[in-house]
Write a protein that binds this ligand. Structure first.
Ligand SMILES: [Mn+2]
Length: 278
C-alpha cells in the first residue's frame, strides 16, 4: 500500500501506525495532528472517517490536500482514508477514480481505501477497512442535484456489496468509521436521543446494524472507529451468525479539536497510545 514503484506489496501495514478521529476538513487541526504523529516516528497514518477534505471538489480543497501532502512527504509518510458519512462522495467519485486495486489517489501521499480492503503487517496481523456510516442528521441535509452540491450522499451507507467485499475470513484489526454495537456506546449515546428525530435515529441504527454484520463476519479483535465524537475503549462479547461467542475491543477516537482524537497504534500487540494534539 505504497505508491513507491519499487515496493510491490501495496497491502503492507506498518508495525506502528497513526490513527486519527474525524478531521472534519479542519486544516489547522489536521496539520497539527499529522505533525505530532510524524514526530512520533509514524510513517503510515489512517483516518477513521469524516476526512471531509473532498467535499464539492473546489480548487481550495485540492490546495489543502496538496499542503497536507507536503507535510507527509517531508517525513516520507503516507495517509490512508477510511471513508465516513461526512464526505463529498459525488466529488470523490468524479475527481478520483479507483485504480485497479480500488484505491483513489487524492495525492501521491493520500490514498482513499476501498471498503473491504485488507492488508497485513510483516508479523501477519490482518488489518481491514470498512468505511461508511449513516448520518443521524440526514433530515437536516440535502442530497446533491445532478451529482452537484448537497450535504448528504447516499454512498455513505454500507451496502450488501461492501459486506461481500469484506468477506468472512477473520480480521485482527478493523479500521472503520461506525463502531460495534457495544452496551458501553449505547449507554453513552442514550442521554442524547432527544437531539434527533425518530427517522434520524432509525436511519443511523440501520447503518450501525449493517456495520455490526461486518463485525460478526470477520470477528475482529480490535475495531478502531470515529463517527461518535467521543472517546471509548471497551471490550465486549458478541456472537457470529452460528452463535459462536467472540470478544472485540472497540476503540472510538474523538474528533478534531478534542483530546483523545489521535493515537499511535501497534496492530501486532494492539497497543494504543493516545497523543494529545496541542
Ligand atoms: Mn463526524
Amino acid at each position: 500500500m505504497t505508491q513507491d514503484n519499487s515496493m510491490t506489496d501495496h497491502t503492507a501495514v506498518a508495525s506502528t501506525i497513526g490513527v486519527l478521529g474525524d478531521p472534519h476538513k479542519d486544516f489547522l487541526w489536521t496539520k497539527k495532528a499529522l505533525t505530532m504523529l510524524l514526530a512520533a516516528g509514524v510513517k503510515q497514518i489512517h483516518v477513521l472517517g469524516d476526512f471531509g477534505f473532498v467535499w464539492h471538489g473546489a480548487p481550495q480543497e485540492r490546495n489543502d490536500l496538496n499542503r497536507l501532502s507536503k507535510v507527509l512527504s517531508e517525513s516520507d509518510a503516507h495517509l490512508y482514508v477510511t471513508g465516513g458519512n461526512h464526505e463529498g462522495y459525488a466529488a470523490l467519485h468524479r475527481h478520483y477514480p479507483q485504480d485497479g486495486y480500488g484505491y483513489r489517489h487524492l495525492t501521491d501521499r493520500i490514498t482513499w481505501l476501498p471498503r473491504g480492503w485488507r492488508g497485513r503487517t510483516d508479523a501477519g496481523t490482518v488489518v481491514a477497512s470498512l468505511g461508511g456510516a449513516n448520518s443521524i442528521d440526514r433530515g437536516r441535509r440535502t442530497p446533491p442535484v445532478d451529482g452537484r452540491g448537497g450535504s448528504w450522499w447516499p454512498e455513505e451507507q454500507i451496502t450488501e456489496d461492501d459486506l461481500r467485499q469484506l468477506g468472512t475470513e477473520p480480521v485482527d484489526v478493523l479500521l472503520a468509521h461506525d463502531a460495534p454495537r457495544t452496551q458501553a456506546l449505547a449507554a453513552k449515546l442514550y442521554p442524547n436521543q432527544h437531539f434527533w428525530t425518530p427517522e434520524g435515529l432509525m436511519y443511523a441504527d440501520m447503518g450501525q446494524q449493517m456495520f455490526q454484520r461486518g463485525v460478526e463476519q470477520v470477528k475482529p479483535k480490535v475495531v478502531l472507529s470515529g463517527h461518535y465524537h467521543l472517546f471509548l475503549d471497551t471490550t465486549e462479547t458478541f456472537h457470529d451468525v452460528a452463535g459462536n461467542a467472540f470478544d472485540t475491543r472497540s476503540i472510538i477516537l474523538d474528533c478534531n479539536g478534542f483530546s483523545r482524537s489521535a493515537a499511535v497504534f501497534e496492530p501486532d500487540t494492539q497497543t494504543l497510545r493516545i497523543l494529545p494534539v496541542v
